[in-house]
Unconditional design. Structure first.
Length: 68
């Protein structure tokens, strides 16, 4: 998910922080900045959750440790 967001910002021609910063050359409304911030937090949480579940599944498959 994070790679998708970064690739979309790269296609726009800007780094994501530069594209959403209020004083940048690209004019972005305050509501859009807040929306992008919330979206990036959700993306970070989803990535962390996938890493955690992948590690738990790996421990289960390697050592037979219960998941619950």
């Amino acid at each position: 998910m994070a790679m998708l967001i970064q690739s979309l910002s790269a296609q726009a021609g800007h780094r994501l922080p530069d594209a959403t910063w209020p004083s940048s050359a690209v004019s972005t409304s305050q509501a859009m900045v807040i929306f992008m911030w919330v979206l990036m937090e959700i993306v970070a949480m989803a990535t962390d959750l996938a890493e955690f579940l992948g590690a738990a599944l790996g421990f289960y498959l390697l050592f037979g440790m219960p998941l619950g």
